[in-house]
Design a binder for this molecule. Structure first.
Ligand SMILES: [Zn+2]
Length: 169
């Protein structure tokens, strides 16, 4: 089932998520829905708080469904490695139409459980390192605009408030 994606301004996007205690059928349904929702947009990553569930789960697929091996499901992820720095433009499904150049680690490794609850580690550089940090941030209630310096952040937030007033957000 495709779930609605919350947008900047919704307080759930700014709240920290809680660890998943057990992989129940409800959790598996949530993960299936997150994957379906991510592909429907389409997007390359989605975190549970973006669909209003404050649990530490995210999905990433840089192939957007073209490569079955490209799908990453992470439950209760923890940082293993975060090093270096890259500066590239990125967006977020919770801020449709907006992008910014955001500093992210050049190399990242995250360990967590997969959809079946088995431990796995994902190691990435370039876009994958960026995506891992982006989704980890969501689990801590942080959006990419929160990684920007004041003026850049304010500009995007102001535009979104204007869209919201016009009923277009
Ligand atoms: Zn995002």
């Amino acid at each position: 089932m495709i779930r609605p994606i919350l947008r900047l301004g919704d307080s759930l996007l700014q709240a920290p998520s809680q660890p998943v205690a057990a992989i129940t059928p409800e959790i598996q349904t949530l993960i299936d829905d997150m994957i379906e929702t991510m592909y429907a947009v389409p997007g390359v990553g989605l975190a549970a708080p973006q669909v209003g569930v404050l649990l530490r789960i995210f999905v990433i697929d840089l192939s957007v469904g073209r490569d079955p091996a490209g799908l990453i499901v992470m439950i209760n992820p923890e940082w293993q490695v975060r090093e270096g720095m890259q500066l590239e433009e990125e967006g977020c499904l919770s801020l449709p139409g907006f992008t910014a150049t955001v500093p992210r680690p050049a190399r990242a490794a995250v360990q967590g459980a997969n959809r079946e609850g088995e431990p796995h580690t994902v190691v990435g550089t370039e876009l994958l390192a960026r995506a891992l940090q982006h989704e980890m941030d969501h689990l801590d209630g942080r959006l990419f605009v929160d990684r920007l310096r004041g003026i850049k952040r304010d500009l995007i937030v102001r535009k979104i408030k204007k869209l919201a007033r016009a009923g277009k957000w």
